[in-house]
Design a protein around this ligand. Structure first.
Ligand SMILES: [Zn+2]
Length: 415
């Protein structure tokens, strides 16, 4: 199975926007692109929302059928591990093996030695084609990288072996993710992580490292753009080298778990992948949930009332809602509007405050991040929430479509 050169993981917390998301992708494909849609959903999201993997499969199949989409598409079991993978086997054909929690776990001396030995030929100055400077590889560095990542790649190999058994080789896409950690992986670490995966026979097709900088939920990238650009470019070159040198699948590409809306790095990524004629997978899932709230606000009436109620609940439960996402949000509580103030807002004011248009006078990134992590509030509302998604499907759907097409795909693919 091949994911194709360009693919986007649109996710969808509540599984009502599959068609709107696909419309946006098809609109880009009409402009000459060939973007593969992926509906990704993590175990945590399923648990919070109360959905099961079959719901995501149904959403994807129905959207594809309704719009007569003839390209490839996938359902991604996002961020799974050996304990959570089994319930996704039947419905998913894309698996994101999240091994971040195994980083730094101990491996036996024999395993470390065997890995270091397998890298003997790279000791000294290693010139990756088209990279500015050669990498300086020492035994100490290899041991250090092995101590950090060997157990994590071993866990990936175990999940992969389970999937080969359960689904058969070639019947699923394999992603390995290490993005949900504090410190970024450097290009040289990535090189040897790929070597470990190759040694263990994991036919990885996308890899999601933690990049430098902050990837806060729902808002733009915060960090050094030049540093990001350098690292991203080196990662692309390292992957190209690893594919040829270690015999990994030739379609192997980077997967960027964006945490939604990293607009300022989109043109950088676009430039690098165009320069080297490489592919990219981008996950930007939570952005659709925010468009649902924006859509409800725009719809007015009951929709606006519910959007305000979601904010009230989010505001009053900040500590609880933010805790699981503490590492990936930066909310300045003093800049959050009061519940009373928001209750007095018009549709326009609410939507403009939440909608991600950097530079807009009403846009408030604190407000946006808080609602981003508060989808649990809507999940608890159950039918009260989803009935309004149905009632205002046209308005909400056009917000979702416009967001994916205008703010994401246009920037990412220079449309
Ligand atoms: Zn991730």
């Amino acid at each position: 199975m091949n994911l194709g050169k360009y693919s986007i993981g649109v996710g969808d917390r509540f599984t009502y926007q599959g068609k709107a998301q696909l419309r946006a992708i098809m609109k880009a494909n009409e402009k000459g692109l060939n973007i593969t849609p992926v509906w990704n959903k993590s175990n945590r999201e399923h648990i919070y929302v109360g959905t099961v993997p079959a719901d995501t499969r149904k959403e994807a199949d129905e959207a594809v059928k309704a719009l007569n989409f003839t390209g490839a598409y996938f359902v991604d079991a996002d961020h799974i591990n050996l304990t959570t993978v089994s319930k996704y086997v039947e419905m998913s054909d894309f698996f994101t093996l999240d091994v971040a929690s195994f980083i730094g776990k101990e491996s036996s001396k024999e395993e470390v030695d065997a890995f270091v030995e397998s890298c003997e030929k790279y000791l000294g100055e290693l010139q990756i084609p088209r990279m500015d400077k050669p990498l300086h590889i020492t035994k100490e560095l290899l041991c250090e990288i092995a101590d950090k990542f060997l157990a994590a790649t071993q866990h990936a190999a175990e999940i992969y072996a389970f999937l080969i058994q359960a689904k058969g080789e070639g019947n699923f896409i394999t992603e390995v993710s290490m993005d949900e950690v504090e410190s970024p992986q450097t290009p040289v670490e990535m090189l040897f992580i790929l070597k470990m995966l190759a040694n263990k026979g994991v036919k990885v097709q996308t890899i999601a490292p933690k990049f430098t900088g902050r990837f806060n939920k729902g808002v733009d990238y915060v960090g050094d753009l030049a540093q990001f650009a350098k690292e991203f470019e080196e990662d692309v070159l390292v992957i190209d080298f690893a594919v040829k040198e270690f015999g990994l699948p030739k379609e192997l590409k980077l997967s960027v778990h964006s945490g939604s809306d990293k607009f300022s790095i989109y043109p950088i990524m676009a430039e690098v992948i165009a320069k080297y004629d490489k592919g990219l997978h981008l996950k930007t899932a939570g952005t659709t949930w925010l468009e649902e709230v924006i859509g409800l606000a725009v719809a007015g009436g009951e929709g606006l009332e519910l959007a305000k109620k979601i904010y009230e609940n989010s505001f009053n439960r900040q500590v609880e809602l933010c805790a699981p996402y503490a590492d990936v949000i930066d909310i300045d509580a003093s800049k959050l509007p009061s519940v009373e103030e928001v209750n007095g807002w018009s549709s326009e004011k609410f939507a403009n405050t939440l909608r991600h248009i950097p530079g807009h006078t009403d846009y408030n990134s604190n407000f946006r991040q808080l609602i981003h992590v508060a989808y649990k509030v809507a999940a608890e509302m159950g039918k009260e929430y989803t009935d309004l998604l149905v009632k205002y499907a046209d308005v909400v759907g056009s917000c979702v479509e416009e967001n994916i097409y205008d703010r994401h795909l246009k920037r990412l693919f220079s449309i």
